[in-house]
Design a protein around this ligand. Sequence first.
Ligand code: HEM
Length: 438
Amino acid sequence: MLGLVVLLGVFILLLSFFIRVRRPKNFPPGPRPLPILGNLLQLDPVNPLKDLERLKRRYGNVFSLYVGTQPVVILNGLEAIREALVTRAMEYGGRPNHIMISHVLQGKGVILANYGSSWREHRRFTLTTLRNFGLGKRSMEERILGEVTHICKELESSAGDLIDPQNLFHLAASNIICSLIFGERFSYDDPIFLTLIQWLQDLTKQSISPWAMVYEILPVLRPLPLPFRNVFQKCDEIKDFISKIVTQHKHSWVAGEPRDLIDSYLDQIDKTAEEGSTFNDTQMVSLLLDLFIAGTDTTSNTLRSVMLHLMTNQPIQDRCHREIEEVLEGRVDASFEDRHAMPYVQAVIHEAQRMSDTVPLSVFHSTCKDTQLQGYQLPKESPSPCHRWRCCFSIACKSDEALSKCQSGRQQEDLQLSTFTGRAGCVIQNKFGHNGDS
Ligand code: HEM
């Protein structure tokens, strides 16, 4: 194995003497790539974000890298991201179809589906159905508060002991999605539920592992039984799990009386059956898988970071506590409407989201046609990850005093732009009053 690696290294070095990878004309600048590997050796496989910061300082807010032979444009800063996601939203509305996870998900569902009628119809369906089942309304709050009761019970039962909240928050976030999709929540020790959560975590981890990079840059290896095949297997297992629940639903489904998202989807298949519809069983399973993937890790990791920051910043925690108590005036539960009266708590949440960097490069966008950005020329199908959170704020809001400054509308506006705007902004964006295209 070592011999093979050395041989490959020598081969690539030799090639780099003879072959120069040429950037397209007026393409964003970046470090010189090697043949086959591109710039991968210049990135830390464990924390490439630090390298992206370094490259940004050297090349500016819009620069390019080669992942293998594939050029990728990295966008930083509000100006560039606003131009791509707002001003030129349609041109940057594609999704790259070469990365491993898009092969795993086969471009179905919404997250990695390319711009087209299937994505449009499924996104609209998802937004409408989530709203019908309470997103941004009182009924969703009740679901969330119900789940919070279970989290508190778990935390109380381990009071005084050490606890790793990772699984707990994953289970809770996933349960809210389960209640929307399947119409039921699972208990935290349900073995089937625990297996599903484990599979989801494995799927996300493995799809960004070094083996995913190998899959990416060396297409000849793709048919081989190497560890990256586990991702495909994991995905099939989750899809089988979801399919079984869909089959059970079909037995009890009553047309026009949806209990949850699956029932609504069955209604949709029924309604659009004769119009060359994009709604079908395979797409349904992919959409459901998407919602789990998109909603579980993100929410759970954000919660964990918020907890960590609050635990390590006692004065900030105390001030949040005081503000909440003042606003609730003895009520037990906070409601989403209370946020207007809790500017400090809101600022803390936004700042913790920025610091936690939950989806640091967002979901990759890709150009749908030849286009421009900040004076550069980008050909069709250039993947463009947005280095988002970093662009949000210029102040490091670590101290209590600085946090007070962050309570401005500007902070919230930047946060919304960075996650919830654009052709394919997060589907929970309407909660914040941005409906995007729908
Ligand atoms: C703190 C929690 C969350 C964060 C930080 C987050 C972040 C994001 C980001 C950065 C994107 C990519 C937007 C783009 O491509 O421009 C996205 C897309 C998406 N999110 Fe979220 N998300 C969160 C929670 C959720 C939840 C709870 C759900 C589901 C119930 C969800 C469903 C989706 C879907 C379906 C997409 C793909 C939209 C499309 O491509 O049309 N997200 N999210």
